[in-house]
Structure formats: structure tokens, C-alpha cells
Design a protein around this ligand. Structure first.
Ligand SMILES: C[S@@+](CC[C@H](N)C(=O)[O-])C[C@H]1O[C@@H](n2cnc3c(N)ncnc32)[C@H](O)[C@@H]1O
Length: 278
């Protein structure tokens, strides 16, 4: 999440980003987060995919989550991965090592080309937060799963981002900045239950997990694992008029000093829902 990510491109248009390789690498790092691992395990347990079922992954990215789920489908199963980025799809294709057949197709989450009622299950992880109309994407997921099929959503609530670097004013600036959605639905994670309920889903299960960064060596790595540099976060606060531009360097140096002395803590909550189509 840099200013670029929040306001303009980021994961909305990966192929046009100034450094797409960094966005792909970000996905690899995000998959290592404890919160991601926990929610994906929760999803696999509650989706209860069985042999031969059809799974759709919308905004599949590198398709590492779909690969793990495909182990439950076996060779008779079928996976379709949709993404707006050709680069993501190329990587997903080349990494597909599971016996279950898979196709990776360019597409838009808000207007799927897949037939109605075709899939047994459909998932979308950390995609809604990049869409102009997340509710349209959930309606599309509802349309393409069969009656009795399941939809699984995982997404971030950036409004939950907290930074503790021993400076209450800077922590407040971050909290106030993240409280407001700008340019994208950055807090959609907390609305997942409402979104599936509005589509008439039943048997709604929900979970959440908080990612905490407390160990980070700013002299060895420019950002906490899978995250953004503190300068980008400070710039977001400035853009939101929550931090004086003269305080940018103080924000960065205070963050780095706190990390060097083991006093850096940042946390972010992600949410998940699984629901059944009547
Ligand atoms: C943050 S990544 C998440 C990738 C993957 N779901 C994961 O959790 O590892 C967001 C993904 O959504 C894709 N994306 C963004 N806008 C999209 C759209 N309108 N339709 C389909 N995919 C989209 C991006 O290309 C990117 O691969």
C-alpha cells in the first residue's frame, strides 16, 4: 500500500504498474503472513471441497490458494482462475503443479463471463478492496455458483491498521488516515457478511485474523515483511491531511529507530466469510 496503490493503480491494474515484479513478490510475501495462513486453513476446512467439484478463484493472483484447495478436488475436479492481470495469470499457469486441471483466464470480477450456476464453489481473496463496485463482484460470484454452492471471501480492513512506534501523535495520524476510504473500498473486509447477506446467502460463517509485525530490521529490508515502506505510509497520512509534510522525515526516522530497538508494532485485521447459495 503506497500512495500509488491506494489512489491510482496498485493491484487494480498490475500490468500497468511501474514495478509489476514488486506486486507479484508482494503476493508471495502476503501468503506467508500468519493471518493469511490461518484464514486460508479456516477456509479450506469450512469450504469442504470434495472430489470432482468445480472451483472458481476470482482475482486469483498467483493462484497459490487455489493450488492448495485443488488438492481436495483431485484429478476429476476443475479450477478456473480469473484475474485482470496477464502477468499474474502467466505466473499462476507456470506454477500449477497439482493433478487437478486448471484454466487461467483474463477477466473482470464485476462482469464474469462464466455461465450461471456452473461452479460448486467460488472464492475471492483480497480483491474486493481494489474494485470500484465490490457488491457487483459478490453478485457475480452468487450468479455463477449452483444452488447449494458456496462462496468464500477473504479481505482486509485497512481501517484496522495500527502503528505503535512510541509516539501517540503519529499513531493517531495513521488511525485517522485509515478510518476513511479514499479512492477504493479499503475497509471492505468488515462488510463481507453484509455483502453475502444482501445476495441472499444462508449459513454464513465468518472469521478474522490479525497480522502483527513486531520484528523488522529497517537496515536490512526497506519494509516489514510483505508491507510498504514507512515513507509511503507517512505520505498517505500527508495526502489525507492528517500529517504535516514537515513531519515526514520524523515519521520515518521514529519508525526506523523504534524497529531498531524492538519497539515497533504494526497490526492489520483481515476478515473471511463462507456462505451457501440457497
Ligand atoms: C492483492 S492481489 C490478491 C491475489 C490473490 N487473490 C491472493 O490472495 O493471493 C489482488 C488481485 O486482484 C486482481 N484484480 C484486481 N482488479 C481485478 C478485477 N477487476 N477483476 C479481476 N481481478 C482483479 C489483481 O490483478 C491481483 O491479482
Amino acid at each position: 500500500m503506497s500512495t500509488d496503490d491506494v489512489g491510482a493503480l496498485g493491484y487494480r491494474r498490475v500490468d500497468e504498474a511501474s514495478d509489476p515484479a514488486a506486486l507479484l513478490a508482494g503476493m508471495v510475501a502476503n501468503a506467508r503472513w500468519d493471518a493469511t495462513v490461518n484464514l486460508r486453513e479456516w477456509e479450506r476446512h469450512h469450504l469442504r471441497l470434495s472430489t470432482g467439484e468445480r472451483l472458481l478463484d476470482v482475482g486469483c493472483g498467483l493462484a497459490d490458494a487455489a493450488r492448495a484447495l485443488a488438492e481436495d478436488l483431485g484429478p476429476a475436479g476443475d479450477v478456473v482462475g480469473i484475474d485482470a492481470s496477464s502477468l499474474m495469470l502467466d505466473a499462476a499457469r507456470s506454477d500449477w503443479v497439482v493433478a487437478c486441471p486448471a484454466r487461467f483466464v483474463l477477466g473482470d470480477a464485476q462482469t464474469l463471463e462464466q455461465p450461471s450456476g456452473w461452479f460448486d464453489a467460488a472464492r475471492s481473496e483480497r480483491v474486493l478492496q481494489w474494485l470500484p463496485d465490490p457488491a457487483a463482484a459478490v453478485r457475480e460470484l452468487a450468479r455463477v455458483v449452483r444452488a447449494g454452492g458456496r462462496v468464500s471471501l477473504i479481505d482486509t480492513d485497512w481501517g484496522s491498521l495500527r502503528l505503535d512506534i512510541g509516539d501517540a501523535d503519529l499513531a493517531d495520524a495513521v488511525r485517522r488516515t485509515m478510518r476513511v476510504e479514499r479512492a477504493r473500498p479499503s475497509r471492505v473486509g468488515r462488510r463481507l457478511v453484509d455483502l453475502v447477506r444482501e445476495c441472499g446467502f444462508r449459513d454464513i460463517l465468518s472469521s478474522h485474523a490479525t497480522q502483527v509485525w513486531s520484528r523488522w530490521d529497517p537496515d536490512a529490508s526497506p519494509a516489514p515483511d510483505g508491507c510498504f515502506p514507512m515513507r509511503d505510509l507517512a505520505q498517505d497520512c500527508i495526502d489525507a491531511d492528517e500529517l504535516d509534510p514537515d513531519d515526514l522525515d520524523r515519521f520515518v526516522s521514529t519508525s526506523h529507530e523504534a524497529a531498531r530497538h524492538g519497539r515497533f508494532t504494526m497490526s492489520l485485521t483481515m476478515h473471511a466469510v463462507i456462505a451457501t447459495r440457497p
